[in-house]
Design a protein around this ligand. Sequence first.
Ligand code: COI
Length: 352
Amino acid sequence: MAISIKITKTSQSRIELYDFEQVQFGNVFSDHMFVADYIDGEWTNIEVLPFQHLSLSPSTFALHYGQAIFEGMKAFKNNKGEAQLFRPLENHKRLNISAKRMGMIEVPEELFMTGLKTLIDVDRDWIPTKQGSALYIRPFMFATDNFVGVRPAKHFKFIIFTCPVNAYYPKPIKVVVEQHYVRAFDGGVGFAKAAGNYGISMLPTLEANQKGFDQIIWTDGREHKYIEESGTMNVFFVIGDTVVTPNLDGTILAGITRDSCIALLKQKGYKVEERKISVDEIIDAHKNGHLKDAFGAGTAAIIAKIASFNYEGTDYALPPAEERVVSNWLYQTLYGIQTSTVPDNFGWIDLV
Ligand code: COI
């Protein structure tokens, strides 16, 4: 597919309105967005245009039946001031894994990559450079059929927009092990980045927040015995000298940050195990003094240290953040690779 993108630039940039050092995560949007429509079997209306509202019929399919998926990725500036992406092809692959599971059209690699790079090029001045900041990129796709009957949709809109962001969590997070609600189940969509996975997490998160917790540790849907994810992130524990993380069994999102952490840890010589981890094992490790570190890993937060976890009303505190060898090293190394202050031995960086 030869991609031709119509580019319309804004006549009035909004960039001067914002102090990038102060922006919150996710409520400031860059000047432009990329849009493409899948209509009658082909991709059309392929454009970079000023960021703007959409005009949708109230009957838009995704609003009723949830055929909607998204990705999260980031652009950074390196020390020469060049714009660069971190493992963008992995996001493209995962978008299509989600699309397939949700019965949606797959996005061709060239459309994804050309649209993405054109947008980042046009809005390269929006990439912040303060330590810990990035340009967060949100590719997403939803069903646009104007139809309230229930059958897989035939028309889709694929959009990418971006937000300059600072740290997602200002400090280590307090989490609670979920014993009632379930995020995902065997045969479901837990492995996909489907909008509905986030929708069903809102009430449990609200309840956890009301009890003073930042996030939930999701457990398996059969017994609430095995740990799955932490909020919107994959989760890692350091027990003794071994780093453990739940294996990808269909209910867990295959995080690109997760995969990068595993690769970096193995290269550094750590023993890494991807396997089932029971809540009991983590509590025992805590009681025996073997639980050295616990953290979430995701695109938005990169590494989010867990300050404490609560299980059945008891709080279990983790060692102080500054003493965490693994999570501190991983954050420095990953963010260092993303911004090119640490060499990229894996070929993860893609210049724009
Ligand atoms: C991520 O960190 O990858 C996420 O998906 C978080 C996002 C939903 C803000």
